[in-house]
Design a protein. Structure first.
Length: 424
């Protein structure tokens, strides 16, 4: 189904911050490894998180779900797979977490994905888990899925992560309390964006860990069932915040009192473009400035945000350079190429680089037909671009793409005055 966007004037109102997709996925994975009932309240209900629930059932867990909470009766540190192939669909995070769990299986498991995920090399995940004793193999020479995991348990031991490998932290840490001996993980710096979600949830599940400057030690100790309300995430409201900034509007974000390091960096990035951000006790207020300015962005911390940052740059005066985001080429789509191609169709001045984009603004965007590339991040960014373009914008197959990660995208935009609608 297509999405149609009409140009918007000013937006106004307030929205509730969405639940974190990453925290929802990690919580599901942890619940599988607990013996007994864990409850996940206010989960993000999208295709990428439903993958984890389906996998939990295949691995022997019992799942019951309502609109407001999911209950998962886990199987402890030894999965009981009902079949030997699990489909991670289009979710790289789900795949990495499921690979980690599969190392504990008594029988071999194949973790597969869709065509886009199967084209994504993951040598770091393979190397790090092998260092801890996992018997894992790619079926292809470039270390992309499908992966065959022969199971038998995780040995444990010491592993040193490079900077590029810190994104493996949730998967590496997940199965560490089930390893036969202590896991000691050395990290190059303090990668808060990767560490925080994993450590926060593992502590809730009573994992025993020691944290030092550049080393995390995790001992063999079973997870305990838990009750968890999924953290709200500012960055998941990025399309609505960007739209407010580009239209000179004000937006109130509810439930923004406890933000993560990643969200703090996200808000500082918005400020570098000239957006105003103010905090109150229970909310965050964001507003577009009189004139946005170009910025120099290092997106190594969040390459997935490249499409949206590129759209903001289209409305900013000057030359914006987005760097260190090469990983964006291997996500739901090649986000660097897809973003450049579609924004050029809308008359933006965009130069594609190996690891990012250069955008000359402000651009007078023109509404037209664009391609979603089956990628929620590209679709969301193009929807924002459509709100400030001249004329109607149609995003082909955009609704299906949004379903992997956004649960109320259109209704949220409509509630604040954005002309975003489905069109079959």
């Amino acid at each position: 189904m297509d999405i149609v966007i009409e140009p918007a004037g000013q937006l106004s109102g307030e929205i509730e911050l969405p639940p974190s997709k990453l925290h929802t996925q990690i919580a599901c994975a942890l619940a599988m490894l607990c013996e007994g009932k864990s409850t996940i309240k206010s989960p993000l209900r999208v295709k990428d998180t439903n993958v984890m629930l389906k996998a939990a059932e295949i691995l022997g867990a019992t799942v019951k779900r309502t609109q407001e909470r999911w209950a998962i009766w886990g199987v402890g540190k030894t999965p009981k797979p009902a079949q030997n192939v699990i489909d991670a669909k289009n979710s790289g995070t789900a795949l990495s977490l499921l690979v980690s769990i599969a190392t504990l299986s008594p029988t071999p498991i194949v973790i597969n994905g869709d065509a886009q995920l199967r084209s994504r090399p993951m040598p770091a995940l393979i190397r790090v888990l092998r260092c801890l004793g996992a018997d894992i193999h790619s079926t292809k020479p470039d270390d992309s899925p499908p992966f065959v995991i022969f199971g038998g348990g995780l040995g444990g031991g010491k592993v040193r992560l490079s900077e590029a490998e810190t994104r493996c932290i949730p998967a590496v840490f997940l199965s560490a309390p089930c390893a036969k001996k202590k896991v000691e993980c050395s990290i190059p710096a303090d990668p808060k964006f990767q560490l925080e979600p994993a450590l926060e949830l593992m502590k809730i599940a009573r994992a025993k860990m020691t944290e030092r400057k550049k080393k995390i030690s995790i001992v063999n100790h079973p997870y305990r069932p838990f009750n968890y309300s999924v953290r709200r995430e500012v960055a998941r409201a990025a399309p609505f915040i960007a739209a407010a900034g580009l239209t000179g509007s004000e937006l109130k974000l509810r439930d923004g009192k406890d933000i993560s390091s990643r969200d703090g960096t996200f808000l500082r990035t918005l400020k570098s473009f000239g957006l105003r951000v103010n905090f109150s006790k229970k909310s965050i207020n964001v507003a577009g400035g009189r004139g946005l300015r170009a910025a120099r962005l290092d997106l190594s911390w969040a390459p997935e945000l490249l499409p949206l940052m590129a759209v903001i740059a289209c409305g900013a005066k000057g030359r914006t350079a987005i760097r260190n985001a090469e990983e964006a080429r291997y996500m739901k789509s090649d986000r660097i190429s897809a973003t450049a191609r579609e924004l050029r169709r809308m008359r933006a001045k965009v130069l594609e680089q190996k690891d990012g984009l250069i955008i000359q603004g402000p651009a007078k965007l023109r509404g037209c037909e664009v391609d979603s590339h089956d990628d929620y991040a590209v679709t969301a960014a193009l929807a924002v671009a459509g709100l400030v373009a001249e004329g109607k914008t149609v995003i082909k197959n955009g609704a299906d793409a949004l379903g992997t990660s956004y649960s109320r995208f259109l209704s949220t935009f409509q509630s604040i005055g954005g002309g975003v609608n489905y069109h079959s």
